[in-house]
Design a protein around this ligand. Structure first.
Ligand code: BG6
Length: 478
């Protein structure tokens, strides 16, 4: 018994940049069964060999460090192409025929990867069902669905309902590629594999948490998608809330997909809904200068490319500890990090009168400098009783190991049937339930102002002022 991976949207960017290099790398590391088959499906008319040749070129280009001609030749023997239109029932019948031709037995498992335009997800699922391709009475049938999963709560619910008519929840794998990042999984290891952090991980010791996902890139040629999406849908509903859930969740009783996700979902349930003045007082919105000149962006677009939110988790552990979430395009560097800012010591013994030493801070660097730093006070040698901030610095790669691409891990988990790092239906819906009211308030006549910022800065200066008003500051990221 072996696996077949069917990629819908085979001629798209994600397939050539991420999915095929990830599968190729798994094959090279001998983590993919030798008999695994990969079938690309899209409307373009390719022969098997033509598709293999084009993937050879893109894999060598996008993943030069991985590429090796001999291994590629072995890998490419497992790669096939089947032309097909998502809207055509006949094409799905032809696909079913082709799959049974190349598979050894009906017990072979199948993983369908939907990497098409999101508007086609429902139709693709319906067609899979109608063609009998979701029937798992012999071998497993699973489906991976790329983000965005809906554009708001209503559309996400509708999408969930349509998918559930064909696949059971345990067959559905909703991707959030941030969960495939090694450093994000390391938060589980750090929190639940050590005794030293957990006693401090609560409102008694933590002043606030900062989660930043900063990008240097601007929107480029993605205006069609981005201008209707904006930063809240593109980054907060998924990646930033995922990082917040993992930071704030209670330890699960077991590390498995049900218990992990149960604990994450409880965090979403506990996020205090914003009301009234919160939309103005607990949010900052920005747009980088030059956004309106990007190709395809309407001249009067009010779409945000930067946002900062203050959220609270109303639980015993976190009551009244602010979680500051911030993300933007066109910022001064690419960094994702989580900062746990601890409280001031209760009684000052050292330092100048009226001037407190820096507070303890734990920084989880998700990317690109993957690691963990602890900032703490030490004595300045030979200088009376002065203290200074020192850093314990752990770096992933320096300590052995390389960082595989997130898609490798996620594909591997989906093949082996572990959904822990995928979003569950209630999770995506609850996340939309948090984001939707903010989007609505930002689109209303009473919306808070949209501040401008020059590309290459840390977002609007108003975001810095907003923190200063709360007697806090953004932790330096670059
Ligand atoms: C995607 C967003 O989900 O994540 C993009 O649609 C964003 O706008 C990207 O650039 C960031 O991912 P990463 O892995 O580069 O941090």
């Amino acid at each position: 018994m072996t696996d077949t991976i069917v990629i819908f949207g085979a001629s798209g960017d994600l397939t050539s940049r991420k999915l095929i290099p990830a599968l190729y790398s798994m094959f090279a590391k001998k983590r993919l069964a030798k008999t695994t088959r990969i079938v690309g499906v899209s409307r373009s008319k390719f022969e098997h060999q033509q598709w293999r040749d084009s993937l050879r070129e893109t894999t060598a280009k996008f993943s030069p460090k991985l590429f090796d001609a001999e291994t590629w030749d072995q890998f490419s023997q497992h790669v096939f192409y089947q032309p097909g239109d998502i809207k055509s029932a006949e094409d799905f019948t032809a696909l079913a025929g082709f799959l049974s031709e190349i598979e050894d037995t009906p017990a072979d498992g199948r993983l369908y990867y939907l990497s098409t335009m999101p508007q086609l997800y429902e139709e693709a699922i319906r067609q899979l069902g109608a063609a009998g391709l979701a029937d798992d009475s012999d071998g497993y049938r699973r489906v991976i669905i790329e983000k965005p999963f809906g554009t708001d709560l209503k559309s996400a619910r509708k999408l969930n309902e349509s998918i559930h008519q064909v696949f059971r929840e345990d067959q559905i794998y909703r991707i959030d590629h941030y969960l495939g990042k090694e450093t994000v999984q390391n938060i589980f290891a750090m929190r639940f594999g050590n005794t030293i952090f957990e006693p401090l991980w609560n409102r008694n010791y933590v002043d606030h948490v900062q989660i930043t996902v900063a990008e240097e890139v601007v929107i480029g040629r993605r205006a069609g998608y981005y201008d209707t999406s904006g930063i809240l849908r593109d980054m907060f509903q998924n990646h930033l809330l995922q990082l917040m859930m993992i930071t704030a969740m209670e330890p699960p009783a077991k590390y498995d997909s049900t218990m992990n996700r149960d604990e994450k979902v409880k965090v979403l349930h506990s996020i205090r809904p914003m009301t009234g003045g919160d939309f103005a007082n607990h949010t900052v919105r920005g747009q980088y200068d030059g956004y309106l000149d990007e190709e395809g962006v309407p001249a009067n677009s009010q779409t945000e490319t930067f946002a900062a939110l203050k959220l609270y988790c109303d639980t015993w552990r976190w009551k009244n500890v602010p979680f500051y979430l911030r993300s933007g395009k066109g910022l001064s560097c690419r960094t994702t990090q989580i900062v746990i800012q601890f409280r001031q010591v209760p009684h000052m013994l050292f330092g100048e009168v009226g001037k407190s030493p820096d507070r303890n801070r734990l920084v989880i660097q998700v990317q690109p400098a993957e690691g963990i730093q602890i900032h703490f006070q030490t004595k300045v040698p030979d200088a009376g009783m002065k203290t200074r901030t020192s850093t314990l610095d752990f770096n992933f790669c320096r300590n052995g190991g390389s960082m595989p691409d997130a898609y490798q891990r996620l594909l591997m988990d989906a093949i082996s049937g572990d959904a822990s790092l995928f979003a569950r239906s209630d999770e995506v819906e609850l996340a939309w339930g948090i984001i939707d009211p903010i989007i609505e308030a930002w689109r209303s006549p009473a919306a808070p102002p949209l501040f401008r910022y020059p590309a290459g800065f840390w977002g609007p200066t108003e975001s810095t002022d907003w923190m200063a008003k709360q007697k806090r500051e953004w932790f330096d990221v670059c």
